[in-house]
Design a protein around this ligand. Structure first.
Ligand SMILES: Nc1ncnc2c1ncn2[C@@H]1O[C@H](COP(=O)(O)OP(=O)(O)OP(=O)(O)O)[C@@H](O)[C@H]1O
Length: 259
């Protein structure tokens, strides 16, 4: 499979921190692949994801999208911005609660139209997250929706510009088991039916086990392991990886425990 995104020799430090938050990081995200980022708190997962989407700039190194160099968000073309979308952890702070579902979905749709960018309609985007009755849903106030329903709207909003990569940063960590399963099903279908790639940051081993194709493990801003999911989970090459998996496993129900 071809590389969709390539990160090459990226370094990043914030202010006068003693060490780099990201230290010479290189990796690729393939087309139509779900890649999981694992690592302890502070290992640099979100910073790396934000550099890929353009919300942070690297101190050195480069990110490529289908072979073209990506600059910071403000310097990217509209189509480059559209191709990578970010879904945040907290669906409650991600949208103004007094807006309707249609308000939320029309905004990116209109921006795409103004930029002559081919987009999905709000109705099509809602359908892709399993919501078919647009006439009913468009008038619902965000404040009336559950966390799982809000996260579906966030995903639908991210789908409108026709992205190639969605970055899901702890997007199920605030949801109950049922909503988590629904979101994971949506992600799997987006990969299968729409050939999307997904970069998933998660501390939930069940989530990683369920949908990732590959896993990348970060430690103190360095990638110490990047391989197929089954290899990383069942045959971790690094003691740190084993430690991370054990700590994740600790919080899991028996049905999800790895070998
Ligand atoms: N804007 C910022 N200014 C200063 N320091 C920052 C900034 N953003 C991140 N950091 C620091 O960079 C380090 C890596 O943070 P990052 O959020 O990337 O880690 P993470 O692996 O995603 O952690 P978590 O799993 O807790 O989300 C941390 O020490 C964090 O405090």
């Amino acid at each position: 499979m071809n590389d969709l995104v390539e990160v090459r020799s990226v370094n990043k430090a914030f202010g006068k921190l003693e060490r780099n938050v990201l230290d010479n990081v290189s990796l690729s995200i393939k087309e139509n692949t779900i890649l999981g980022f694992l690592g302890e708190t502070g290992s640099g997962k979100t910073t790396l994801a934000k550099i890929i989407v353009g919300l942070e700039n690297p101190d050195s190194g480069t990110v490529y999208l289908k072979g073209s160099k990506l600059l910071g968000l403000k310097k990217r073309s509209f189509s480059q911005c559209s191709e990578i979308q970010y879904i945040f952890q907290d669906p409650y702070s991600a949208m103004e609660s007094y807006f309707t579902v249609e308000d939320i979905l029309l905004e990116p749709f209109i921006i795409c139209k103004k930029n002559k960018h081919i987009s999905l309609s709000p109705k099509q985007a809602l359908k892709m997250v399993g919501i078919n009755d647009y006439a009913i849903w468009k008038n619902k106030k965000i404040s009336t929706l559950s966390g799982g329903q809000r996260q579906k709207i966030c995903i639908a909003r991210a789908l409108i510009p026709n992205p190639k990569l969605i970055i899901a940063d702890e997007s199920t960590s605030m949801l109950d088991k049922e909503s988590t399963n629904e979101i994971l099903k949506i992600f799997k279908e987006l990969k299968k039916n729409n050939k999307l790639s997904l970069l998933l940051i998660s501390h939930q081993l069940n989530v990683v086990m369920e949908i990732c194709d590959e896993i990348c493990v970060l430690k103190n801003g360095e990638i110490i392991e990047h391989d197929k999911k089954d290899d990383v989970i069942n045959r971790p090459k690094n003691r740190y990886t084993k430690k991370i998996l054990d700590s994740m496993n600790f919080f899991m129900e028996d049905e999800y425990k790895y070998e």
